[in-house]
Unconditional design. Sequence first.
Length: 281
Amino acid sequence: MPSSRAHAWSRPPVHVEPEAEARTWPAQAPPIPKYYQLRAELERQIAAGQLAPGAFLPPERLLLRQYGVSRTTLREALRPLLHEGMLLSVRGKGIMVAKPAIRQAGDVLMSFSDVLRSQGLEPGIGDIRVAVDPCPRDVGIALQLPPDAQVVRVERVRTGNGQPVNFSISYIPAADVPGFTAELLAESGSLYALLRTRYELHIARAQDEMFARRASTREARLLGLRPGDPVLVMNRVCALSSGRPIEYALSVIRSDIYRYVVRLTPPRPVPSGTGPRPTTL
């Protein structure tokens, strides 16, 4: 006689043949909620590569039939996976397994090329445009330049394994980079490397500010998105060891495959009588 207690289950990849019989769970509810079991099973299949990045899940009606659950249970299982970015909802197509995210640590100063290499991706650069322009007012304030200063404006698209990830516009004081050309940047493959090797400009620190907005038509075209898709925007000011600002950059980044990780630690305690106590949660 079969046991009355249900155990955790593991299903094969979610593939349903037209003639497949509906699979159901035991009538007696297991101790772990069904939606949580289904979520764990989908996570397992993604981690094992049985659900490959870029693949679409079967339609909802087939998933309901595959696992014998209600629509509410299925959606409860999918919601956290969509929220965490493991799955993506693609309008008009369904739910897709997300590609592994590129993670950049906010407490380490690295070029984007080095970030990609650290995660096993081959960095690339394309759509390079270089021009010498009068310095925009906001850029001049960030770079501490006089009103009549000239800057080299550098636009490029950064790719990882051939996939566009980042569209960047950098401004550098023209006096610091004489003879800067798109060909030099294409040959180097990295702006920071070119500044270091050709101009002996060593970036020592940077300050980032990040926010979200929607992609413009041009940004969407360059990044392989649709106009209005969400993107991350990073404003960065880089400085030399002397403290003098050397680059102001605006980067538009695909939010579906990029994560910016910041590590936080508690503030150091202030000795009694030397100042206000740090705020604690």
